[in-house]
Write a protein that binds this ligand. Sequence first.
Ligand code: NAD
Length: 570
Amino acid sequence: MIVLERSVPLDRALKGMADDARATESSALIAVVDDEGRLCGVVADSDVRRHLAADGALTAPIGTVMRHDPIAFAVGTPLDAILRGLPSELARTAHRSRHLVDKVVLVDEDRIPRDVVDLRQLLEQRVAVNRHVVIIGLGYVGLTLALVMAELGFRVTGVDNDEGVVATLLEGRSHVHEQGLPDMLLRQLGKQFQPTTTMPEDGDVFIIAVGTPFPAGADAPDLSALEASCVMVAQRLRRGGLVILRSTVPVGTTRQVVAPLLAAGSGLEAGTGFHLAFAPERTVEGSALQELRTLPQLIGGLTLDSLESTAALLREVSPVIVRTSTPEVAELAKLTNNAYRDVTFAFANQVARIGGDHDVDAFEAIRAANQGYPRGQVPLPSPGVGGPCLTKDPLILAHSLAGTSAAGDLLSVGRAVNAQMPTRIAQQVVRALGRGGVDPAGARAVVSGLAFKGEPETGDLRDSPGVDVARSLQALGLTVVGTDEVAAPEGIEQLGIEAGRLPSALVGAHVLLVVNNHRSHQNLPLPAFAELMGDAPILFDGWGLYQARDVLAAGFACYLSYGVERWSSR
Ligand SMILES: NC(=O)c1ccc[n+]([C@@H]2O[C@H](COP(=O)([O-])OP(=O)(O)OC[C@H]3O[C@@H](n4cnc5c(N)ncnc54)[C@H](O)[C@@H]3O)[C@@H](O)[C@H]2O)c1
């Protein structure tokens, strides 16, 4: 999309139009904006011709060439509504022929241009909605996408080789905790959505969303599920079919791993015989359904046709498309998002560690650094960084670092800083117990908030720092009870941690550790909790949710946080 201000001279705009036409292999359209960035006109090839035919100058500002009152639709307008609304828009804006319009601008609520859509693509997209979509892998990513597409009217078959997953779904139960998902499943099961363990005979679009884990101690991600999926898809791929890779992968995987496997198994050439694109998932667990409909879809196609076929399909899911010039750019962009977050959290946790070494309150130091300062807000420390994505994507990105031993690079060091937090917290708690005269071997700890994050809430216990805190305490001899507002108690027990609930789990406990930021932790009845606990109770505050003085006033003997150990004087 080219967006230019009214004052830009036509000759400069023409260069942008030529580049755009080359990149999109269609006619160019400039969105012209006023001083506040709002759409006020458009310039298409025909407007330039009209201007030059009337002896207009090449140096004229595009504000004098543009067509006023352009056709624009709100970002998020469904495809059918755009196609239905076009004739009246054309009539209203006095276009003589609909052939003059082959692109329309999408604007946000402030009339800021966000995307330009090609009408040919929209018509192609109408065909796309009638296609049979096969999604391989029904985990968080595959299941949420499958049900959103089913709700949009696509016929979706979900294939998962885990019989338990498919059996649960066929009973109408979701194995994934995501707000709104169970209702969607009940609405679509047996209608637009069919879960199965075997590949269907036909399929127009194949979306691969299987796991790409980075096993502990390994030096490369495990792509075996991805490779097996490619072999399965290749057997069903027909000429003109579309394959979209959704899983997170090392840079180069779409072209070097996926394309050859699909080509070998199907006998078709990647890019000409079938379309192939990388379009990563970037939603956050807990708000996945909402974010799937709003986040920009990053797409890198093997060819321009692969890119546009994928854009036509995914535009139905989310209105804004970010096209990248190659699949590798999209692969790197996806990894960049998650690795950047992990590194910035590692920075905050490194500050926490320094605070601990010098008895300086790390929360206070970082809040002071951020206050009123306009550059680079530092995140706050936490008991570590968890979940299935942030714990492995930096390692996948580090693995993409050519010719370097991964161990010493920024990404792996950041990972290690975050991964050390749970052990350090357990050691800090044990030291405080000793100072309070309690033998850690006989002590009882309640670890509250075992899911890997509290906000947005999830019940996902995978790679959770809270679980690691509990395990580290167990290793140091404490009896540990784990609680969580969302995660199922059976899931906690399966990890070898006794599951309990607040407040009953606190009876006779020596320490309460708050290890995620679930909203239930905001207003805990601390005096009642201290009352239930054993003598000289300790509270570890992993998210800076409480003031030391309030905790001590509530009856706790000790407040612990990063760089803080404060004891009651009573
Ligand atoms: N969880 C997230 O929030 C998230 C967000 C963005 C990206 N991702 C990425 O998306 C991918 C999937 O993540 P996930 O969390 O949904 O994984 P997941 O482990 O929850 O689900 C993967 C599913 O694929 C199935 N599977 C594995 N091999 C298969 C095969 N050969 N055929 C059919 N099914 C197969 C598994 O049984 C499982 O149910 C990963 O690459 C991940 O990094 C995840």
